[in-house]
Ligand binder design. Structure first.
Ligand SMILES: Nc1ncnc2c1ncn2[C@@H]1O[C@H](COP(=O)(O)OP(=O)(O)O)[C@@H](O)[C@H]1O
Ligand code: SF4
Ligand SMILES: [Mg+2]
Length: 328
């Protein structure tokens, strides 16, 4: 594995079996359906897709909060899906998740100082005093006053809570941070502050990020490369700016056509592609290309043949029988 790849997922599948239907029937939900991905050291890899596409499930698998059903995840050259709990422990410190909801992810009965200190206590790094010194440092790092340490989460705004969540994620000096919609629950005015903080931290601490969002506008601004997910699969992967300028997959085009800034009067005119309906139920996947019921350019072939993710000469990867905006 070339050493510029920090995280590599190969054919990651995650299914949930739901029991308790009529006559004891069960339903199999394939939330992640064969994802390959490579995250390079030091980059921000964005993952975008509508709600229900499997982004959070993939994130939980990548940090091993959930076991994969099949496939492998290599972190720094080691397949972490087969490690024992004990062997995983030192590696887990390097892989941290920042959650979407800064309200739900912080224990309301613990002080924010304790919340940030907990991962260090659990991992027994340093003495009591060393841990509290480090918590103070982390508060400063994320732009919070140290005097707030003994307060409780409800005393903070959404943006401040997300700073606390970020401080907690950094407490064990990770090399990779997976941020699952870290600004989606925040007011628009606060989103940019948190994104700027994350960018500063990335530079200062040489972090690698996987940044998940449902809005391609946000993802493009923070990402070097982007993977577009639909119904548990990567349908397009490429350089963030290139993908934004020349989307090849109709789903990427559709996501772009709802990014507000592109519809400003100054922005280049884009054909608006409207897709109707919601992401289908992953336990009842459409035949052929799973996007076909919503795709504005689908043909009969799309209903029967499943496109695979192919790499074009430009390096772009796309899973579509009729890629759009090809230059030749
Ligand atoms: N623990 C679970 N049990 C059953 N189904 C689940 C579970 N977690 C997620 N799912 C299903 O998997 C699909 C993908 O969900 P999720 O990963 O949360 O998507 P996203 O983060 O893109 O919104 C959804 O259909 C969701 O209902
Ligand atoms: S394969 Fe067909 S249905 Fe799927 S995205 Fe391409 S054109 Fe649309
Ligand atoms: Mg999610």
């Amino acid at each position: 594995m070339p050493d510029d790849i920090l995280l590599r997922g190969t054919n990651i599948v995650k299914t949930f079996v739901l029991r308790g239907g009529a006559m004891g029937s069960k339903r199999v939900v394939t939330a992640v359906n064969g994802v390959d991905l490579e995250v390079r050291r030091g980059e921000t890899f964005g993952i975008v897709g509508e709600s229900g596409c499997g982004k959070s499930t993939l994130a939980r698998c990548l940090v091993q909060l959930q076991p994969v059903t099949s496939g492998s995840i290599e972190f720094d050259g080691v397949d972490i899906t087969t490690l024992s709990r004990r062997a995983m422990r030192p590696i887990r410190r390097n892989l941290q998740l920042v959650f979407q909801d800064p309200y739900a992810s912080l224990n309301p009965r613990r002080t924010v100082g304790d919340i940030v200190a907990d991962p260090m206590r659990v991992n027994k790094v340093g003495t009591k005093d060393e841990i509290m010194d480090r918590v103070g440092e982390l508060f400063v790092l994320v732009g919070l006053d140290k005097s707030y340490l003994n307060r409780y989460p409800h005393e903070f705004s959404g943006g401040q809570r997300q700073r606390i969540g970020i401080a907690r994620s950094l407490s064990l000096n990770p090399s990779l941070v997976i941020a699952d919609e870290p600004v989606s629950a925040l007011d628009v005015s606060v989103q940019a502050q948190v994104l700027n903080l994350m960018a500063d931290l990335q530079e200062e601490l040489q972090l690698t990020y996987v940044f998940i969002a449902h809005d391609l506008g946000v993802v493009r601004h923070v990402s070097d490369r982007v993977g577009v997910m639909y119904l548990g699969q990567m349908v397009e992967v490429g350089d963030a700016d290139d993908l934004y300028d020349l989307p090849h997959h109709p789903y990427t085009e559709a996501l772009l056509s709802v990014v507000p800034e592109l519809n400003d009067t100054d922005a280049p005119k884009r054909e608006r592609i409207l897709i109707s309906g919601d992401v289908p139920d992953p336990s009842d996947r459409p035949s052929g290309c799973s996007f076909h019921p919503r795709c504005p350019v689908a043909t009969e072939k799309c209903k029967v043949e499943t496109p695979t993710l192919v790499t074009l000469t430009t390096g772009r990867q796309v899973a579509c029988h009729y890629p759009r905006n090809l230059s030749n």
